[in-house]
Design a protein around this ligand. Structure first.
Ligand code: ADP
Ligand code: ADP
Ligand code: ZN
Ligand code: ZN
Length: 868
């Protein structure tokens, strides 16, 4: 460690569990923050240091917002000196926006649009386009048929009438609204003279088409309760109808509902009957025809955006070196003869253009254009390199950010920072190694070092031992979690931690990792998948030992998630004829969520021993502060029953519902049980401030008067799991889930901690704990994608104990894993690769950990060997 050029001095930090922390942290250095989950690392790095830098920034740009910011939460700290401006790269907790892509996030897309606008090959006679004409997200560029979405949504007779043997009265039109509204539509049809008692398939096609597809909305008298015969007579005699009803065609109803409803449930219901297909005008490329007619290297901009970054690099290199003209590089790719032909045709046509001084009218092969191409290609290359170095070369620019893991997202942001050329800032990072194979760790380190060398400070919350060892300085927080943590156990260069006896981190960093030696299980039967095809997996045959713990390894992009988190649950779930058991928050847009990519393949054996599949992922357990640990695990139901059974509650006739902050009678009327009010700030992100009526308790005063064992319901929600374990010691139905949560290392969480404040790792462990408290289940397949991401090695050990106990009970466990300490404890290892994207998707090695560690073809082998 070179002498720090300056320090950030923190005095009296008390954010969350921090215990009046005083600490001096060097600037212009690579500093890691370590400690077990809940010890207070994030409270120090993000909650105090970053929050304070942010607050100062906000105050400087928006003095009027000062009062609100104070309300919203100034970090609990006496003083911080020497703090530079900060940039935080946190793991994404909420969902990314649907339309953002790798290209837009990294801003590479705007360079590419510039490239196409300035130096693309235009068809003869077509005027040049502006850069924004190449963006599907602008009115100028979007395909007019699909408004830049690339898909069109429509309903067909098959989707709306799944069973044509039914009559309309028997609900042949499944897509009709339920209940009264559907009956109303049927009664109108009767009044209009349609037959509702003949099987659908026997109705004349003309009638079927009108009922489903008409855009007319005729009004007709409705006679509820009359038979069709009686109705006909009533209509004829112009009897007084029950009411006048307006008919809407079935398809029109679906599309209108989809466009107008605010209810996620309705959207979901309606979208079942709608199929999406590629827009016929742009073939899913989202751009208007003129934009798609412009090519570079024989590719239109959509094809360019579909290439992997690695292929883009190959394509741009000769252009940047000035070797080949942009129009003729088509055959430098291993692309089809079609593209080479396009390139030749374009080049030939291009040279016939007339010359003109305006750059936007420059002929295709002019020197200006060649120079512009060279410069733009060079800049693109510069920006691609760090992305490729960080192991993201398999991504394409048009890949939607929704399909990326949080680790991939963070690395994208990190690489993008390199080109922003800031200096003198602190980068506050949350586990940048997440999702990274040890073989890719070197590149990450190189990028961090480059950021530091340009005069920045790096404050990194990290668990990866190899990365921690490379830091200049280590801040270890602990010793325990929650109220047992919040102290600085060590602050100094790495080597000095060896003397810090109270540190949990020390054991893992310096002692040989204390692996619980256990006898390996012996696979007796196998879950055999054949011909698995999904993303980069192409006809893969793979077998997982039943009743064992299998770790799937491989570099980022090799296909681990495609296999374990997508194909395996798809195939097994389909065979079980059931949707996945994992409860999913269903608030997302169902149409955007559909995956156009489907799994192909089949299961050749082993299904007789699998009765259930559970996927435990890091998705949030809920997307609003209304769901929390207690509601998700179900233990809150039992707590509320206890409160409802107290004498006071009974005398006041308060049921269990009264003690829910989602029910009107019991909750605070001002914030409607949120506990917080959102404060909108002009031009700034909105902030949350505690509700001024209930001060964050969420309940009204009458509800809070009811106590069980001296505590009201809000006080119970404010307890940590550890505290609640003693408080509910005599209540087995509440104690059981609490105990599991504690064993899995979540004793520090508060029962009422909103879902939105939980990290992905915490959400995953809560799901797992919920699963573990269901006693007596066997024959279940558990699927986990990187369960140790975000976990200190000590927490990872606890998690492994739980997973091992699941396998001991006869369940099959499959995990995607990078941490070789964990892989070493598996019964079986499947190593995917050899590369990423198209170069991956195959099994490089499979066997016991010790066998895979000896495999000369496996990139994982050396790292695994070191952990055995
Ligand atoms: P770490 O980053 O080491 O996992 P944190 O700093 O996130 O730990 O958490 C330290 C303690 O503060 C824990 O007990 C946690 O439950 C609590 N905590 C974290 N965030 C909040 C919050 N927004 N509100 C209240 N308590 C919190
Ligand atoms: P890993 O889990 O080993 O990092 P993935 O299974 O995520 O690898 O990715 C394997 C390949 O499949 C990569 O080329 C990746 O870009 C592609 N891929 C993964 N998920 C999707 C998706 N939802 N849509 C398109 N391509 C995907
Ligand atoms: Zn279109
Ligand atoms: Zn309130």
């Amino acid at each position: 460690m070179q002498k720090p050029s300056g320090c950030v001095s923190v005095r009296g930090a008390r954010e969350n569990n921090l215990r009046n922390v005083d600490i001096d942290i060097p600037r212009d250095a690579f500093v890691v923050f370590t400690g077990i989950s809940g010890s207070g690392k994030s409270s120090l790095a993000f909650g105090t240091l970053y929050a304070e830098a942010q607050r100062r920034y906000l105050e400087s740009v928006a003095p009027y917002a000062r009062r609100l910011i104070h309300q919203a939460g100034v970090p609990e700290v006496d003083a911080i000196d020497g703090l530079p401006p900060a940039v935080a790269l946190q793991q994404q907790r909420g969902p990314a926006t649907a339309r953002s892509s790798v290209g837009s996030l990294t801003t590479l897309s705007s360079l590419v649009r510039m490239l196409y606008s300035r130096v693309g090959e235009y068809p003869a006679g077509q005027p040049m386009l502006y850069a924004e004409d190449f963006s599907p997200n602008t009115v100028a560029g979007a395909c007019p048929a699909c408004h830049g979405i690339g898909r069109v949504y429509d309903a067909t007779e098959q989707t709306m009438v799944p069973d044509p043997s039914l009559t309309i009265r028997e609900r042949a039109i499944a897509s009709w609204p339920p209940a009264w509204h559907g009956q109303n539509l049927r009664d109108i049809l009767v009044s209009l003279g349609y037959d509702v008692d003949t099987p659908w398939r026997d109705l004349p096609q003309k009638d079927r088409d009108w009922i489903l597809f008409t855009d007319e909305t005729p009004t007709a008298p409705v006679y509820p309760g009359l038979t069709p015969e009686q109705t006909r007579i009533a209509v004829k005699r112009r009897l007084e109808p029950g009411y006048q009803g307006t008919f809407t065609g079935a398809r029109r109803y679906l599309l209108e509902t989809l466009a107008n409803t605010a209810s996620a449930l309705m959207k979901k219901r309606v979208s079942q009957y709608i199929i999406a297909s590629d827009c016929p005008a742009c073939h899913g490329k989202r751009l208007k025809r003129e934009a798609l007619s412009v090519t570079f290297s024989g590719l239109d901009i959509a094809e360019f955006g579909d290439l992997s970054l690695l292929k883009l690099r190959d394509l741009l290199r000769p252009v940047a070196a000035g070797e080949i003209d942009a129009g003729t590089t088509g055959d430098s790719l291993d692309h089809s003869a079609r593209e080479a032909a396009t390139a030749r045709r374009v080049a030939a046509g291009g040279s016939a253009h007339k010359s003109s001084p305006d750059i936007r009218r420059t002929p295709n092969l002019s020197d200006e254009k060649r120079l512009a191409a060279q410069r733009l290609a060079a800049e693109l290359l510069d920006r691609l390199t760090p992305l490729i170095d960080l192991g993201l070369g398999y991504l394409a620019l048009d890949r939607g950010t929704l399909t990326l893991s949080s680790g991939e997202l963070q690395r994208l942001r990190l690489a993008t920072q390199l080109s922003s050329q800031l200096f003198g800032v602190v980068y506050v990072l949350d586990e940048p190694s997440a999702g990274l194979h040890p073989a890719d760790g070197e590149a990450l380190l190189a990028i961090l070092k480059r950021l530091r060398a340009s005069g920045n400070s790096l404050f990194v919350v990290e668990h990866d031992l190899d990365l921690i060892r490379q830091a200049d300085w280590l801040v270890d927080v602990g010793p325990g979690a929650g109220s047992n943590g919040g102290q600085i156990i060590y602050n100094g260069p790495i080597a000095g931690l060896a003397g810090a006896n109270a540190s949990v981190t020390r054991r893992y960093l310096f002692d040989a990792a204390p692996l619980g030696q256990r006898a390996a299980r012996h696979p007796e039967s196998w879950l055999q998948l054949q011909g698995v095809t999904r993303n980069n997996l192409r006809g893969l045959d793979v077998a997982f030992p039943i009743g064992c713990l299998t770790a799937v390894t491989g570099i980022s992009g090799s296909g681990k998630s495609s296999l374990v988190a997508q194909a395996l649950p798809d195939l097994v779930g389909t065979r079980l004829g059931r949707p996945l058991a994992a409860p999913e928050p269903d608030e997302a847009d169902p149409l955007l969520e559909e995956r156009p990519d489907i799994t192909m393949g089949h299961i050749a054996g082993g299904m007789d021993q699998i009765r259930r599949i559970v996927q435990v992922d890091q998705k949030p357990i809920g997307r609003t502060p209304r769901s929390n640990l207690a509601t998700y695990t179900g233990l809150f139901d039992n707590v509320r029953r206890l409160f409802a059974a107290t004498p006071m509650a009974r005398s006041r006739r308060y049921g269990a519902g009264r003690f829910s902050f989602n029910v009107a009678q019991g909750r605070c009327p001002t914030c409607e049980g949120e506990g917080f009010m959102m404060v909108e700030l002009l031009f700034l992100p909105s902030v949350y401030a505690p509700c001024s009526t209930c001060h964050g308790s969420r309940y009204n005063d009458q509800t809070l008067e009811v106590e069980w064992q001296g505590r009201n319901i809000a006080q119970v929600l404010d307890m940590t799991v550890d505290e609640a374990c003693s408080f509910f010691a005599g209540e087995p139905s509440i104690l059981r889930p609490l105990t599991v949560l504690r064993e899995i290392g979540l004793g520090y969480l508060r029962l009422g901690q909103p879902a939105t404040e939980l990290s992905g790792g915490e959400a995953q462990r809560i799901k797992l704990a919920t699963e573990l408290q269901r006693t007596g289940r066997g024959s279940t397949l558990y699927v986990l994608d990187e369960p140790t991401s975000g976990l200190h090695p000590a927490d990872a050990d606890r998690l492994m104990l739980q997973l091992q106990s699941l396998a001991d009970a006869g369940n099959t466990v499959v995990v995607v894993e990078h941490d070789m300490r964990v892989v070493a404890q598996a019964d079986w290892v499947i190593d995917l690769g050899p590369g990423a994207g198209e170069d991956g998707g195959r099994i490089v090695a499979a066997g016991r950990p010790a066998e895979v560690a000896e495999n000369p073809h496996s990139l994982t082998a050396t790292y695994l060997k070191a952990a055995l």
